[in-house]
Write a protein that binds this ligand. Structure first.
Ligand SMILES: [Fe+2]
Length: 450
């Protein structure tokens, strides 16, 4: 698998969260450690350096003067552990082995009390047999290297806004699922205000938010899935001409659509491989469980209840929960159903690679009775063949990020980020190009999950 430094940070964060969920020797924990060691070896050998420095600045992960935005969202364990240790980051030596990383995951997952200063934290690591991860001093002590954080390709305020929204989305969905698992009442307010911010952010151009939405958050994929479905539903809803206030409601409903999964036992929910018939029946209770919880909250909108209940119902009346007359669900529930399937096909999951939108449409159209034609039409209009946020290489050798679908689904609008030689352009030189214009280059390659 290809990979970059952001993937390294994500693997570290994923290792800690897998260790929280499972035990030391669990294959998922070991796999994160092994993948990290392989990728670290490859990246460091390419650059001929001997260690990887992952900084933590104001709660965000930083590498080589750049915020690792996607990894920061999943990397809360890493940033909060650094804060507990009073460290400014982690310097990881190229010689590290998977077994030492597993010890680090365990320590990060189990340490609750602050050791009391950087020195004490270093001793804690050493006492746990972690000698090849060195804790850096807090960032403010770096002195002159302060300039090294120059945010060449992102403006600070954009990142702040996006991170805040994305983190709020994550915690909303995570809280809702935790409350569900613990049979506590749901807090609907949170989802509602996040739905509103989501609509605001998506209005200013969906590129960045979709870029975040694309990262492979395998450890929390139910949460990531709900977040992406909410975002997609807003984009598709806008393409279908919905009013802004309805989009906010739709966003909140999208965030909560799978909340019933909080009631499903983890062994079934996270089971790798195929489910047997009995397990499938258990999973299929989640729409009813979710709708019941939302109803019990006395605060959810009718739309959120309807969508939680009906998002696995097909347009032709099939799907689940079963209805005696095979009645059809509402157009907005159909819209979320369509986004739900599209997201599941195009997302990266622990057990599969991402699929191109074209391939996903082909699969969906083979089973066209399952989807409302209006919802399908709006989906293609909103996403096109090239989803916003994806990286692409163009026929003239430049590379960039898809900003929005164009009128011609083959020709999206792209922000050019790299020149023909692969060098990153400065913020000022990153021009938006409409590929529908004459003499504009064409898309040569879609870099999935990049
Ligand atoms: Fe679902």
């Amino acid at each position: 698998m290809a990979g970059n430094y952001a993937d390294l940070a994500t693997l570290l964060a994923r290792g800690i969260s897998q260790r929280r969920m499972y035990f030391d020797g669990h294959p998922n924990v070991k796999q994160c450690a092994t993948e990290f060691v392989d990728l670290l070896g490859r990246l460091l050998a390419e650059e001929e350096v001997s260690s990887f420095l992952l900084g933590v600045v104001e709660g965000k992960l930083v590498h080589d003067g750049r915020y690792l935005v996607g990894s920061t969202v999943v990397g809360r364990q890493l940033t909060s552990f650094a804060e507990l240790l009073e460290a400014g980051g982690y310097e990881i030596d190229a010689r590290i082995e998977a077994s030492e990383l597993v010890r680090f995951f365990t320590l990060a997952a189990e340490t609750e009390e602050a050791p009391g200063g950087l020195e004490a934290s270093r001793q804690l690591l050493a006492a746990n047999g972690i000698g090849l991860i060195n804790l850096s001093p807090p960032y403010r002590n770096y002195g002159t290297s302060q300039e090294s954080i120059d945010l060449a390709d992102e403006t600070h305020s954009d990142i702040e806004t996006l991170l805040a929204v994305y983190q709020a989305m994550f915690s909303t969905v995570e809280h809702a699922h935790m409350h569900a698992a613990m049979s506590r009442d749901l807090q609907i307010d949170e989802a509602r205000s996040v739905g509103e911010s989501l609509v605001k952010v998506s209005r200013t151009g969906s590129t960045d938010i979709m870029n975040l939405v694309n990262y492979p958050d395998c450890d929390t994929y139910t949460v990531g899935h709900s977040v992406r479905v909410a975002m997609l539903s807003i984009l598709v809803g806008r393409a279908a001409g919905l009013e802004e206030n309805l989009l906010c409601e739709l966003g909140a409903a999208g965030l909560l659509h799978d909340v019933g999964k909080g009631k499903i036992p983890q062994e079934v929910l996270f089971k790798p491989g195929r489910l047997d018939a009995e397990e499938r029946l258990i999973i299929e209770t989640h729409p009813e469980e979710g709708a019941r919880m939302l109803l019990d909250s006395n605060d959810a909108t009718p739309l959120a209840v309807a969508i939680a209940w009906g998002h696995h119902r097909r347009y032709d009346g099939g799907g689940y929960p079963k209805m005696p007359h095979g009645d059809r669900t509402s157009e907005l529930t159909q819209l979320v159903h369509t986004c739900d399937v599209f997201e599941a096909l195009t997302a990266i999951r622990p057990y599969k690679r991402a699929m191109t939108p074209r391939h996903a449409y082909e699969i969906m159209l083979k089973d066209r009775d399952a989807y409302s034609p209006a919802a399908m039409h709006a989906l293609v209009k909103a996403v096109g063949l090239y989803p916003p946020g994806q990286k692409v290489v163009l026929s003239d050798g430049t590379a960039g990020i898809i900003m929005a679908a164009g009128d011609d689904i083959e020709r999206p609008r792209v922000k050019i980020t790299h020149d023909e030689d692969g060098a990153l352009l400065g913020q000022d030189a990153m021009l938006a190009v409409d590929l529908a214009e004459e003499e504009a280059p064409a898309v040569a390659k879609l870099l999935l999950g990049a």
